[in-house]
Write a protein that binds this ligand. Structure first.
Ligand SMILES: C[S@@+](CC[C@H](N)C(=O)[O-])C[C@H]1O[C@@H](n2cnc3c(N)ncnc32)[C@H](O)[C@@H]1O
Length: 325
């Protein structure tokens, strides 16, 4: 299954790149006439491959069936004149470029480069594993069934490279505030929806914040804990398996990172109310959407944003918002 899953992940990256090029009019001249059709076909194949992967998670589909689905997608697009080999290679190269940029930025900017580099390498290895994604799938399925208030999409997996996080961190409107904050227990950082720990490690090993992550899926929390280097001189890191709506947010939090891009609307609203009620004046919030300041203009203002590549999009906006008095 490992190879079939790796091929499915790679073709998904290629299909997203084809759809993106079709949308932005950058597809090769020869296929220009059918770009809309190509875009629709990419979306349909992405969905069909995703379904087959989910069936494989449930042991309903086999590796052969997944491989067949991937091959069908490639053949159909090749018939329409899309150079799929070029796009697959492009998807592979882009991942390599991101990995190189990430490693370079860790070396040049992280407070604890050895530790962060090791953690990132371990997390990247985790996210290639079929079993890792199967555990996320079954955890999410269980949480959806037992709590009855969340959708499956609320638990989508994605990751943000350190290089992207760093370029948001360097926004001039916030860099000075962030750098001036003393690193101690009265200026902690929290990540809501901390997944396998990426942003928590960036904040701690990258920028020396005592950091806490809340994540509702236990397998992701286990993965996050398993990659730590836990040296005594490192900033304190805590991972809690639970609903972030139950997280105690007090005046010791100077910074909260939200990962709201896939959250259900009601959850996002509830998190915003929680932040409005509890965050201290001048505290910063980082999110993949500006809804917090859009919907609570009396409490939060948007102070900066940056377009950065993430695993699900080549140009995702990261917003900085600040709590007003
Ligand atoms: C898109 S992922 C975060 C990935 C992150 N954007 C990154 O790039 O590293 C959003 C996370 O929020 C988690 N989540 C959703 N609802 C939650 C809740 N009520 N409490 C805690 N975590 C939750 C999901 O399980 C998922 O891991």
């Amino acid at each position: 299954m490992r190879d079939a899953f790796a091929a499915a992940r790679n073709i998904a990256g290629a299909l997203r790149a084809v759809a993106h090029d079709a949308r932005s009019g950058r597809l090769e001249a020869g296929v220009g006439k059918s770009v809309e059709k190509i875009q629709m076909i990419c979306v349909a194949f992405l969905e069909s491959i995703r379904e087959c992967v989910n069936e494989a998670f449930q042991r309903v589909a086999s590796a052969e069936q997944l491989t067949k689905r991937v091959e069908t997608a490639k053949r159909a697009l090749r018939t329409l004149g899309v150079p799929m080999d070029v796009y697959e290679e492009k998807a592979r190269k882009e991942r390599q470029c991101v990995a190189d940029a990430e490693e370079a930025s860790i070396r040049s900017a992280a407070a604890y480069p050895e530790d962060l580099s090791l953690v990132v390498e371990r997390l990247r290895r985790e996210e290639e594993r079929f079993e890792f994604h199967r555990s996320i799938y079954s955890d999410a399925h269980r949480v959806v069934g037992t709590l009855g208030k969340y959708s499956e999409e609320n638990f989508s997996y994605g990751s943000t490279p350190f290089s992207s996080f760093l370029s948001a961190w360097r926004c001039p409107q916030v860099a000075e505030i962030l750098n001036a904050l003393p690193r101690n227990e009265n200026n902690r950082a929290a990540v809501f929806g901390s997944s396998s720990g990426w942003l928590v490690y960036y904040l701690a090993y990258g920028f020396r914040f005592h950091s806490l992550g809340w994540e509702i899926l236990p397998s992701l929390v286990d993965a996050a804990k398993s990659v730590a280097t836990w040296r005594p001189e490192l900033p304190r890191i805590t991972f809690t398996a639970g609903d972030m709506l139950d997280a105690p947010l007090d005046e010791t939090f100077a910074l909260v990172a939200l990962t709201s891009q896939c959250w259900d609307k009601d959850l996002t609203k509830a998190v915003h109310l929680k932040l409005s009620a509890s965050l201290r004046p001048h505290a910063l919030v980082l999110d993949y959407s500006s809804q917090l300041s859009d919907n609570h203009p009396q409490s939060f203002k948007c102070v900066a944003f940056k377009n950065v590549p993430v695993s699900w999009h080549p140009q995702q906006k990261l917003y900085w918002m600040q709590r007003m008095k």
